[in-house]
Write a protein that binds this ligand. Structure first.
Ligand code: ATP
Length: 217
């Protein structure tokens, strides 16, 4: 079987070094062929109507350009309707076939909420899930809702090599460099006229400044 492919969805509002290190470190930790970034099209309203899905996509493009292991998938941004992860995975399965190992990359905070996602159990049969540690969000069975905790116990893979053995269905955790950076923090800094430099790539910050994004709280 070919190397597993990482799939990294998120709002990326805006993309920052926490996202970039997660994607970069997942390749080595999990033995991935690469990471396909999939910015969400129509996230819940966050009070930033001036930042369009296309602009979030463009910031992801700028931050990942030059890394040959990264690719950007615009399909959720291009879709007219809100797209759910399960639909994106079904589309990727059609595109890449049933044999390709797919690994959905999520931070610990996102994983803790997985049981609220549309058809979440189907997600677990369409891809593996790799959970990265994130400051403030322990990955512990005791801190997960019961139904997710039992899936986690049943599906847990202790060795990332197992991601290669089958196309989907496992859950693995990995420790990445801990960066307490969030897009919320960056939006708050920018809306208060403060510096967000060194929390995200200069190319993204330049884009934000050129287009006067995140100025109003
Ligand atoms: P917000 O603050 O707006 O909620 P965010 O910084 O959490 O945004 P998202 O686009 O919501 O960013 O996150 C996309 C994915 O990246 C999620 O799975 C999230 O858990 C993960 N992630 C984001 N920031 C970090 C970080 N600093 N360390 C580890 N994982 C992260």
């Amino acid at each position: 079987m070919s190397e597993p492919l990482g799939l990294f969805g998120g709002t990326f509002d805006p993309v920052h070094f926490g996202h970039l290190r997660l994607a970069e470190e997942s390749i080595a930790h999990l033995g991935l062929a690469g990471v396909r970034w999939i910015p969400a099209g129509h996230p819940p309203h966050r009070g930033m109507p001036q930042v369009t899905p296309q602009q979030r996509l463009e910031m992801v493009r700028r931050s990942t350009a030059g890394n040959e292991r990264f690719s950007v998938d615009p399909s959720e941004v291009d879709a007219a309707a809100p797209s759910y992860t399960v639909h994106t995975l079904e589309r990727l399965r059609r595109e890449l076939g049933s044999e390709q190992s797919l690994v959905l990359l999520v931070g610990a905070d996102a994983f803790a909420g997985l049981a609220t996602w549309h058809r979440w159990r189907d997600i677990l049969s369409l891809a593996h899930v790799a959970v990265s540690h994130r400051p403030g969000f322990p990955v512990e069975i005791g801190s997960l809702p019961d139904e997710l905790a039992s899936e986690f116990s049943a599906r847990r893979l202790l060795d990332a090599d197992a991601l290669k053995a089958r196309p989907a269905g496992g859950i693995v955790t990995f420790a990445m460099t801990q960066l307490a950076i969030s897009a919320t923090q960056i939006r708050t800094l920018l809306s208060n006229g403060k510096s967000a430099r060194y929390l995200l790539p200069d190319a993204v910050l330049d884009y934000i400044q050129t287009h006067s994004l995140y100025r109003n709280a």
